[in-house]
Design a protein around this ligand. Sequence first.
Ligand code: ATP
Length: 599
Amino acid sequence: MKDRGNWTRALRLLWEVSPWHVGGVIALAALASLLPAATVQLTTLAVQGVADAVSSRGAQEAVDRAFTAGVVLSVLMVLTHVLTIGRGYLETLLQLRMANNVNERIMAKATRLRLEHFEDSTTYDRLQRASREAAYRPYQIFAHLISTVSSAVSLVAVSAVLLSWNVGVAVAILLAPLPSMASRVFYSRVGWKIENERSADRRRATYLQYLVTNDRSFKETHLFGLGPLFLGRYRDLIGRFYRVDRDLERKQAVVSGLLGLLSVCAAVGAVLYALAVTIDSGQVGQFAGYLSAITLVQSTVQLLFGGLAMLYEHNLFLGNLFGFLDIEERAPVSGAKPFPSVLRKGIEFRDVSFTYPGTDSPVLSRLNLTLSAGTCVALVGQNGAGKTTLVKLLARFYEPTGGQILIDDVPLDEYDLEDLRANIGVIFQDFVQYEATARENIGFGRAGSLNDTDAIRDAAGRADALSFVEGLPNGIDTQLGRWFSGGSQLSGGQWQKVALSRAFLRDAPIVVLDEPTAAIDAAAEAEIFARMAEIAGRATTLLIAHRFSTVRVADHIVVIDRGQVLEEGSHGDLMAADGVYAKLFRLQAAGYLDDPISS
Ligand SMILES: Nc1ncnc2c1ncn2[C@@H]1O[C@H](COP(=O)(O)OP(=O)(O)OP(=O)(O)O)[C@@H](O)[C@H]1O
């Protein structure tokens, strides 16, 4: 039942995309399907006319009949040609529009999925399967449906000739291709299963391809000499795919070929029978008609059954496309409260626990933490302590599995979700380096401000990015990165400053910076923090950092360990308490002293 839904859904989609093209293709196909039967009738008339004209030594009436049939046959040929061209044109347009539309739907769907989907490998498998089928399957199901229906119409018309002649012969020709069709259906299913099971390996092959074909991994792959290793792995994977496909094709060719012989035998039997009957009756025209009917029925019936087998295959693969489009979106519950433009009280994590979906060990356990409005709070802790996870919860990429997060005493889910995200300026550790202009790289922080040059310059100024951005060949409108022509590449620290500008442009009441200055030199870092102090008071800032020079500027410092708050206070308080923070601070500071260990 569910499978049948796939092709009806694909057809509905096609109709939505372009009813005019669909209607045109159907009309031309309907016309074309009537032509073979007319051809058979006219061939019979023409040959009989010629035979009569020859035997009567040129009787005018027979000559006229032969020529009339010949002329109409020629008109039919021209008509067939015109119909074929027209149909091909419409089909190409329809196919292009459909492929564009389906790719757009896949992309739109991806934008609606949640972070947890993209942190789960099964989503990538489904996306891979859907993308493979996107470009052509939905259209193909239509094309095969049309050709199958038009083959069926042709078949009914042409087989009427055969049926009137001999029922046994007609039935034999009609049913002989059935076993071969059954084998195609069987192998389609096997092929579909194989393709689905290798989704992860296909992605692995694509990943290996990516690793050796982009600038981001170039340095490592070349320095570590990984090219041949990755190439070898890629070769192994695609070699394995090839061997499996080859074996399947071989089996299919042998089985379908043998079963297809039944069809050939039926046709040979029919021709012999027609020969014998014509010798008895002496009707040469009828013999020509039978011959062309037998050939036509045989080829049409094969087209019909082949089309049905393909329909079955497309239907299976369409399940992959719709499987992706139907992934449950489970949009987080969104309240209606507008987000405050300035926080009055602050952000409170109250007894917050969290375990990532599909895992057992909690990352946060009953964590309590308050970020007072207008202050700059720094979060420190070992790798994997749960710092970034806190931010993901704050932006509602995930929901806490226990406890609550409140902003100005209002639970997070009571705020309008879009409004909440619009009011948090976050730059994550793995921020994006957009292969776009500097203006866009900064302006994406507030997409509505892409043309507000003053605001973009101001944000760049606050992140110490303005001077180098203005020094680029086209200033703020210079393409960044090397993927597109005319691009200028930035240093790691410069990219980070551009990302910081993006966060500053947002001018949000909450600013979260995850390792914001890890790649930035010390002098620039000091300057950026001085400017950040200017926005403190307007914004509540959360800094996640490992560098203690960054951390000590914060009003309040929180040490996290295994998902819980270990210590908190100002730099002075924590140093005086002489706990973990003080120990870590001294350890790092020692790195800058001349003789750290002995002192
Ligand atoms: N999507 C995920 N699924 C499952 N576990 C995850 C996921 N993301 C992070 N984790 C785990 O959660 C824990 C906390 O990760 P998190 O990124 O919050 O740490 P962090 O304190 O920010 O570390 P770092 O200082 O290295 O950035 C880690 O043990 C990590 O393995």
